[in-house]
Design a protein around this ligand. Structure first.
Ligand SMILES: Nc1nc2c(ncn2[C@@H]2O[C@H](COP(=O)(O)OP(=O)(O)OP(=O)(O)O)[C@@H](O)[C@H]2O)c(=O)[nH]1
Ligand SMILES: [Mg+2]
Length: 216
């Protein structure tokens, strides 16, 4: 007969621990008056290019830290660092998303009080990152016109768990016959009020409107 029986609610334990860490991150950001943004989206939707475009416009006004999440490489952190922005790369190895404890570890050796704006680029994945709070002000999901027309319809939960939707690569929409208005209508079916901003991170179209919508 065993002395101890542990009953583990995996969802509660896993997500509960993450929520606790997220609250600590949020408190840290708040203490230093930092705006923190979690940029999520499938592989290749333009998350890094979008952060680069935002850094180009914002790095004179704000001291920015970018935290990049990828299974391997420092490619994204290197790209953003080329804009004169401080960066940290988290290599998750096998994990398909960042969690709040990874952010805590990433911030460990950093004097966070230096920064006013933190961009966190999540691992390229339209599903898992939305399930994990990081302690940020806004979770922003990036979808792009090159993923086909059904991304929003197929992933309503991600839209529901986001605070803003960015539709990227609108410069390509006409050439590939993509109906941006129809994608916006799909978002509206899931959430009638969530802000939706169409941009081209490549041409810079819509980036000012995005900055306004984030209230930066
Ligand atoms: N035409 C066009 N290309 C874009 C735009 N944004 C990004 N790209 C291109 O799309 C490709 C992927 O962009 P990334 O910024 O690396 O995408 P990502 O979401 O960060 O990718 P992962 O980090 O690998 O998930 C690159 O070749 C970019 O140059 C855009 O607005 N228009
Ligand atoms: Mg990237």
């Amino acid at each position: 007969m065993t002395d101890r029986t542990l009953s583990i609610d995996i969802r509660k334990d896993l997500f509960g621990a993450n929520e606790d860490a997220a609250e600590l991150n949020a408190a840290l950001f708040k203490k230093h008056g930092i705006t923190a943004l979690d940029i999520m989206g499938s592989v290749g939707t333009g998350k890094t290019q979008l952060i680069e475009a935002l850094c180009e416009k914002l790095s004179k006004r704000y001291k920015i830290l970018m935290i990049a999440g990828d299974l391997a490489t420092t490619i994204d952190a290197d790209r953003v660092s080329a804009h004169g922005v401080d960066t940290v790369q988290i290599n998750t190895g096998t994990a398909c998303h960042l969690d709040a404890r990874m952010i805590r570890v990433a911030l460990n050796d950093i004097d966070i009080s230096k920064y006013q704006l933190v961009f966190i680029e999540n691992v390229g994945n339209l599903i898992c990152p939305a399930g994990y709070s990081l302690g940020v002000d806004k979770k922003i999901v990036v979808v792009s016109v090159t993923e086909g027309p059904y991304m929003v319809k197929k992933h309503p939960l991600t839209i529901k768990r986001s605070d803003m939707v960015v539709i990227n690569k609108v410069d390509l929409a006409e050439a590939i016959g993509f109906d941006v208005e129809s994608l916006i209508a799909d978002v509206r079916e899931v959430d009638a009020t969530i802000p939706v901003i169409s941009v081209s991170a490549r041409t810079g179209d819509g980036i000012d409107q995005l900055i306004e919508a984030i209230e930066l």
